[in-house]
Design a protein around this ligand. Structure first.
Ligand code: C2E
Ligand code: CA
Length: 525
C-alpha cells in the first residue's frame, strides 16, 4: 500500500529534508544547545532511513494485484490459505510455481530438498527419526501412455494415505519420493510402504482404461543410513535398485550397508549413461547379413557399443536393459536411428552397393507415440530411402499389445520401412498374430542355430521354422551362425540369409564397408 504510493512518500520526505536543513542552518547560526543537537541527530536518522526506504522501494517492481490473478488463472492453480506463496521478482514467478509440480501440484524436487534439509536439522536437534521412501512405478504394459496421467492419479492416491506432516514429491513420471517425518521406529516406515504398494497393486484407471503397474520402493532411515540429504537419497536409490533386482513386482527394501557392490556399480553406470550420448561415448557396430545363395552382404545389423571412459567397451547387455528400465532407451534409439541412416546413406554416396541397415527396437521404443515421427525425421534428415531401413522387433514386443502393435507396424510399413521379427521361434503362441503383420522377414533365434547339428530336436525345429517362415511368404534369416556345418544345414534347407561369427563379428562402420567390397569366400558351401 505504502509502496504503491511511493511518489507521494518521496515528495513528503523531500519536504521534511528541506525543512530540516533550514532548521539546522538556523540552529548553527544561533549557536547550538545539547538538546537541539540530539533533536538534530534523531531527525537526520529518520530522514536517512526514509531515503533508504524510498531507494529500495524503487528497485523492487512489485506487480499489481490483478497480475497475480492473471497468472493464477493461467496456471490453473487454486491458491488456498495454506499454500506456500511468495513472489520471486527476479524470475517474475511465484515461489509456489517454481517449487511445485505444475501437473499434479505436489512439491517438486527443489522444494522437497529444502524441506528435507530442514527436517534433517530439526531431527538432529530433537533426536527424531526420518524415513525416505523412493517409489518407482512402471506400467506393466509399455504401450500405456501418456504416463503423466498415471503419475497424476497416483500422486493424488498416495497423498491420501500419507499423514499430513509427510511430504511427497514427484521426481519424474515414474518416480516419487516421500519423507516420513518423525517416525517412532525405523521399521514403521514399512507400514507406509505397504500402503503405497497396495495402491499400486490395484490397476489405475486412466481415461476408462485399467492400467496394471509394477512398483518398488527403496527405504532409507535418518540417522541410521545417512546424515545428509545426498547420502540419504543415494542410499534410498541403492535400496530401490536392490528391490527391483530381486523382485519382479510390488516390493519394498530397506537400505543396509550390506547391499552389494553390484548395486553401487549399477547406479554409477546409470548416472554415466545419461551423459554417454552427449559425451560421444556411444557408437554403432555393424554385423553383416549374407545372402546364402549369392554370398553377398544384403544387410547389416546395427549393434550399440559404449566406450566407457573408465570401464572400457561395454556391450549392450550391460546397459540396454537399464536404459529400458529408466526410459533412456528412447533417446538412445533416436540417436541410433539418425546415425544408422546417416552411415548407410554415406555408404551409398561413396558408391557401395546399397544394403539395408537393421536396428533393434525395444518395446518402449516401439510403443512410444513418437516412433513414426522419429522415423520420418531421420529419413528426411539423411535422405535415406526407407527401403534401406529395417527394424528388428521381438515376438514378445508384439505380444505385449498385439492390437496396438499391428497399428504401429502398419504405420511403419506405410512409411516404407521394413520390419523383421527377431528371436523367432521363442514365442510360439504368436504365429497367428505374425500372419497378420506387415513384416518382411523372420530371424530364427541363435539358441536353435547353436544346436545344429548335435541336437536333433532343435535341428529339426530349425528346418520347420524355415518352412513356416516361407509358408508365411517371408524371408528367413538365421542368426548366430558359428560353424560351416550350421551354414551347410541352413543352405540345404533353403534358409535365405545368414548372420554370425562364422561370417563376421560385429565391426566398425569402416570395417564393414571394406567387407561390402569383397565377395565372401567362406560362404561357398
Ligand atoms: P540380438 O538382437 O539378438 O543381437 C545379436 C547378438 O548376438 C549381438 O550381441 C551379436 O554380437 C551376437 N552375435 C552375433 N553373431 C553371433 C554368433 O555367431 N555367436 C554368438 N554367440 N553371438 C553372436 P550384442 O551386440 O551383444 O547384442 C545383444 C543384444 O542387445 C541384442 O541381441 C539386442 O537385443 C540388444 N541390442 C544390441 N544393440 C542394440 C541397440 O542398438 N538397441 C537396442 N534396443 N537393443 C540392442
Ligand atoms: Ca537383433
Amino acid at each position: 500500500m505504502v509502496l504503491r504510493n511511493k511518489t507521494f512518500l518521496v515528495v513528503c520526505l523531500a519536504c521534511v529534508l528541506f525543512l530540516m536543513i533550514g532548521a539546522m542552518s538556523e540552529a548553527f547560526y544561533k549557536s547550538l544547545n545539547p538538546l537541539s543537537l540530539i533533536g538534530l541527530i534523531i531527525s537526520f536518522s529518520v530522514v536517512s532511513l526514509g531515503i533508504l526506504y524510498v531507494v529500495l522501494a524503487k528497485q523492487i517492481e512489485y506487480p499489481k494485484e490483478d497480475h497475480y490473478e492473471k497468472l493464477l488463472t493461467k496456471q490453473k492453480v487454486k491458491v488456498t490459505d495454506t499454500d506456500f506463496f511468495k513472489y520471486d521478482q527476479n524470475k517474475n514467478k511465484f515461489y509456489k510455481f517454481a517449487h511445485y509440480d505444475k501437473f499434479i501440484a505436489l512439491p517438486n524436487r527443489v522444494l522437497f530438498n529444502e524441506i528435507l534439509n530442514k527436517s534433517i536439522s530439526h531431527a538432529k536437534r530433537h533426536q527424531k527419526i526420518l524415513a525416505i521412501l523412493l517409489i518407482n512405478i512402471v506400467p506393466k504394459n509399455p504401450a500405456d501412455n501418456p504416463k503423466e496421467h498415471i503419475a497424476k492419479e497416483l500422486g493424488q492416491l498416495f497423498s491420501k494415505v500419507l499423514r499430513n506432516e509427510d511430504v511427497i514429491s514427484k521426481l519424474n513420471n515414474n518416480q516419487f519420493i516421500v519423507l516420513l517425518s518423525d517416525i517412532k521406529k525405523p521399521k514403521f516406515a514399512s507400514v507406509a510402504a505397504e500402503k503405497l504398494l497396495k495402491i499400486c497393486e490395484k490397476d489405475i484407471e486412466v481415461d476408462h482404461k485399467k492400467i496394471p503397474l509394477n512398483a518398488h520402493i527403496g527405504i532409507c532411515i535418518y540417522p541410521d543410513d545417512g546424515a545428509s540429504l545426498e547420502e540419504l537419497i543415494e542410499n534410498a536409490y541403492l535400496a530401490l535398485h536392490t528391490a527391483q533386482k530381486n523382485h519382479t513386482t510390488h516390493h519394498f527394501q530397506f537400505y543396509s550397508e550390506s547391499l552389494d557392490a553390484e548395486a553401487h556399480e549399477y547406479l554409477s553406470i546409470e548416472a554415466d549413461l545419461r551423459n554417454a550420448i552427449k559425451n560421444k561415448e556411444l557408437t554403432l557396430y555393424y554385423q553383416p547379413k549374407l545372402d546364402i545363395k549369392t554370398g553377398k552382404i544384403v544387410a547389416v545389423e546395427a549393434l550399440v557399443r559404449w566406450m566407457h571412459p573408465k570401464l572400457g567397451m561395454l556391450y549392450p547387455d550391460k546397459f540396454i536393459p537399464m536404459a529400458e528400465d529408466n526410459g533412456f532407451i528412447v533417446k538412445i534409439g533416436e540417436w541410433e536411428l539418425l546415425l544408422a541412416c546417416l552411415t548407410n546413406k554415406h555408404w551409398q554416396e561413396i558408391g557401395l552397393e546399397p544394403v539395408k541397415v537393421a536396428l533393434n527396437i525395444s518395446a518402449k521404443q516401439f510403443y512410444h507415440p513418437n516412433i513414426t515421427v522419429s522415423l520420418v525425421n531421420a529419413l528426411r534428415a539423411t535422405g535415406l530411402n526407407p527401403m534401406y531401413l529395417e527394424l528388428e522387433i521381438t515376438e514378445s514386443t508384439i505380444m505385449i499389445d498385439p492390437i496396438k502393435a499391428k497399428e504401429v507396424s502398419d504405420n511403419i510399413k506405410e512409411i516404407g520401412v521394413q520390419i523383421s521379427i527377431d528371436h523367432f521361434g521363442l514365442g510360439y503362441t504368436s504365429i497367428s498374430h505374425i500372419k497378420e503383420f506387415p513384416i518382411e522377414s523372420v530371424k530364427i533365434d541363435q539358441k536353435f542355430i547353436k544346436s545344429i547339428p548335435h541336437n536333433e530336436v532343435d535341428t529339426a525345429l530349425v528346418g520347420a521354422l524355415i518352412t513356416l517362415g516361407h509358408s508365411l511368404g517371408l524371408k528367413v534369416v538365421a542368426e548366430g551362425v558359428e560353424t560351416i556345418e550350421q551354414l551347410q544345414y541352413l543352405s540345404s534347407h533353403e534358409c535365405d540369409i545368414a548372420q554370425g561369427y562364422f561370417l563376421s563379428y560385429p565391426v566398425t562402420a569402416n570395417s564393414v564397408a571394406e567387407q561390402f567390397k569383397k565377395v565372401s569366400k567362406k560362404i561357398v558351401v
